[in-house]
Design a protein around this ligand. Sequence first.
Ligand code: HSE
Length: 345
Amino acid sequence: MREVKIGLVGFGNVGRELVRQLLAREYIIAERFSIRFSIVFIADSKGVLYGTPTIRKDLLEKALDVPRGAISSLKGGIRGELACSAVEKVGPDVVVEVTPSVYDLNAPALENVDVALENGADVVLANKAPLALRYEYFMKKAVSLGCRIFFKACIMAGTPLVDFIMYGLRGREIGSLVGILNGTTNYVLGLIEEGLSFREAVKRAVVEGYAEPNYTTDLEGIDLAAKASILYSLSMKPISINNVIIENKIDGSIEEIIKDAKLKRLKVKYVAVLFRNEAPRVKLITLSEENVMAQVKGVQNCVKIRTLDESEMLLMGPGAGRRVTALTLLSDLLLSAHKVRGGRD
Ligand code: HSE
């Protein structure tokens, strides 16, 4: 049995769900993979909870009940302590970064990734900001330090698009990719189609927990742009979110747009569009009702990929939600736990 030490940064919906899944699947993971994951610290926005040296099950269960920002109030907690200090002190094997995505080069998440790599840890991300802003920098740094960055949970949350491209399409070139990649807006568009107002639909998406903590990130296309930039970097060439063109946002005017489309038997979708050698775009499109992508409902995501060898592929599946995101993080943790280095690029 090999022990893998996890440093968990971010203890909101997704971070907590990951802990629940790790606890619930402890025996299956041990039996199938001969791996024991132990959490050595949990950091939230206000401090850090340390283990002795790992956080025991009873303390993890208690942690799940503390309010947000209060993890350091538990025994072993240090209020005011930063996640990157915890990484330096403890030296985990892998750092899971699941704080909200803040698209600012000075955001703490970028420093957390830097420090994790410098301390020899792999990184597992649900936070999109580090790679949306600095994909090339972080990937080069990881390779030079013998570490890896896993980011399957950043895009299509519960559907392994990143693995599909990285492993399944290895050695082939993607010519274009069109995707419904924001669950919240797809859910909102669907509710408006059913007759809800824009406001009511957004409120429901927030209550369901699909939206980003600041839901304007979803509505203004920033979340889609982040995903577009990461996918473009992965499959074409490195690009920053700042170079993604956002053609449309979702606001109150969408009610009229959907009404008009309905009269023409068309469906409105909010998509990321990537073509090789062109800047990625985020925009509203209309599709005939028979189009497969037009039938993608709720927080489902769907991506259509065309390779330069003229194959067309479609991948559809869950795109948002704490449980599917946590399960995808778990898959990346298992990939990280297999110490096959240098197999990425
Ligand atoms: N807010 C995002 C979405 C969460 O709705 O797609 C998953 O990235």
